[in-house]
Design a protein around this ligand. Sequence first.
Ligand SMILES: *[C@@H]1O[C@H](CO)[C@@H](O)[C@H](O)[C@H]1NC(C)=O
Ligand SMILES: *[C@@H]1O[C@H](CO)[C@@H](O)[C@H](O)[C@H]1NC(C)=O
Ligand SMILES: *[C@@H]1O[C@H](CO)[C@@H](O)[C@H](O)[C@H]1NC(C)=O
Ligand SMILES: *[C@@H]1O[C@H](CO)[C@@H](O)[C@H](O)[C@H]1NC(C)=O
Length: 608
Amino acid sequence: MKPLILLCIVTLSVFSSIVLSDLQISKLDRQIDLTSQIVRSSITLKVINNGDSPAPEVLLPFPNQQAEKLVFLVAGSSEGTGKTKASFTPLSIKNSNLEGSPPALTWYSVLLAKPLRKGDTLDLVVKTSFSHILRPFPEKISQADMQLLAFQDSAYYLSPYPIKVQSLTVKLPESKIESYTNTENTEFSGSDIKYGPYENLPSFSFKPIMVHFMCNRPFAVAEELVREIEVSHWGNVQVTEHYNLIHGGAQITGEFSRLDFQARYRGASAFRRLIAALPLRAHSIYYRDEIGNISTSDLRRDSKKMLMNIEPRYPMFGGWRTSFTIGYGLPLKDFLFQAEGKHFINITFGSPIDDLVIDNLTVKVVLPEGSKDISSLVPFYVNQLEEIKFSHLDMVGRPVVVLEKTNVVPEHNLYFQIYYRFSNLSLLREPLMLISGFFVCFIACIIYTHADLTISKTSSSYLAKLQWDEVQSTIQQIQSIMSRCLIIHDNLEASLRDLFRTGDVQTCKAARKAADGMLKENSKELKPLLLLLESSSQADLILTKVNELVSKERELQEKLMLKHSTVVDSYEKKSGGRDIENRVAAVQQRISALRLEVDDLLDIIDEI
Ligand SMILES: *[C@@H]1O[C@H](CO)[C@@H](O)[C@H](O)[C@H]1NC(C)=O
Ligand SMILES: *[C@@H]1O[C@H](CO)[C@@H](O)[C@H](O)[C@H]1NC(C)=O
Ligand SMILES: *[C@@H]1O[C@H](CO)[C@@H](O)[C@H](O)[C@H]1NC(C)=O
Ligand SMILES: *[C@@H]1O[C@H](CO)[C@@H](O)[C@H](O)[C@H]1NC(C)=O
């Protein structure tokens, strides 16, 4: 037991000089819970005033070794007699400097709602939580060992008032115990050790006890945790939590063997997972470490919470560290409210991870840009700062309320509020900036393209394009003239068929005259178009084909006219049908060939 420092044993004589009220405790029950790394005690006591003057306060002394580890203390009066402590009215507590008290004690005083008058009684409940008070003993173990812890206290409650009857129950995580102080009225059963009842003990009675027990519960300690809560009035609260975690239990010595760990699960003292209980409506949940994202498929829901399984990449043994980040979004309307013309955020302070001890916690609440008149309401002491955070599109930055607290335990997971003024117009600033940004960009684009046009009107590529457009429209006109000519050819042929059917020579001659006139007209129209093509540097390729087409069509015209006049003449001379056919056979052959060539050329030009 050498490494264990025994608590100071205070002697009664020291306190003879302290003047205390005539309070007495008629009954006191104390429960100490050692089932997790956070030691919690709950004390119910009945106080009676035996003196003449009313008592305004009840004093609670703690030995300094305990007081240093005391991280949470509440006291309240419990109305309703007996077991029911349904109505717990919290009372304010203040640090108290008692004159003449030895320096080994730290005093707190519970301020009563109304002073306790002579003969009156009061039921009080005092709850305390201690972190880092359990000492691993031995301090170093191997992978295969179980973790043993030592805890020290007094079997008698350290009280400045005499206690009529008192008892203590120490609750252990398991029934396995290495040793415990066995004094009068001690009973060990199941996983509880009971001390007492002890009767009529004077003030400041003290009886050191020590319990040495087995505990393999996770000793997860966040040496540092930074929680960033970013409020966006667009409907989201984004929470990002950066953890620097250590296993605060007995340090592991020797080589770590993963094989051993996996094969026989030798490593009872290690923890492999932590559970974070997030608000039920949390979304976009992620978990990552230095290496990258770790799948968070392991999400479960119970009736109140979204349970997230956080599994580090390796099992955590005593003294081992890990860093990771978890993040999640929350619906704004669950956490943002309004009061007296101000907005306020109402959200919990601590980590969602169960049974976590946090040495240094920083909570940063990032408010929307333009928030003013910022104030906060936290139900315990925190160190407060203000910062500015810049992100995209921010002009003056977002105000950040920074709350710092050391020694945080789950009991601190209370709601706190940040009040601020925020105009809805500020909300529109960013989209307006975006819209005007796009607008400016748009205008710039228009100016740019226009500038490009004016510059390129003199550029050769622009001229070339204009010329090409001109060539194309010319060719289209030529094509349409050519199709008109082909229709005239067809009509000319048709007039010959009509001649044989009706015998009307005059009409047939008139048709030829009309066709001739129209064809001459067309070739007049064609002339300037051909000149245009010839002058264009772009038309070289197509010009030869067009010229070919025009000359073939001209020849076709001539042959058709020749055929027409030959047939009409022969008809007038009453030649027979066969005779006429023979006479025009040669020219007809040429006509057919020319017609095919003209059609081909039209197709070719159409495809260019
Ligand atoms: C916690 O904060 C205190 C002061 O705020 C500092 O002295 C200490 O080094 C910090 N501890 C860790 C683990 O960061
Ligand atoms: C990790 O997950 C977050 C949220 O799902 C995602 O935004 C991020 O891109 C991921 N990072 C990597 C490296 O996969
Ligand atoms: C904050 O929220 C909690 C839980 O919903 C609620 O009990 C508490 O009254 C709220 N506090 C304020 C100031 O609205
Ligand atoms: C500003 O927003 C609040 C709620 O966020 C709303 O009640 C109020 O009517 C809004 N005011 C204006 C001027 O839009």
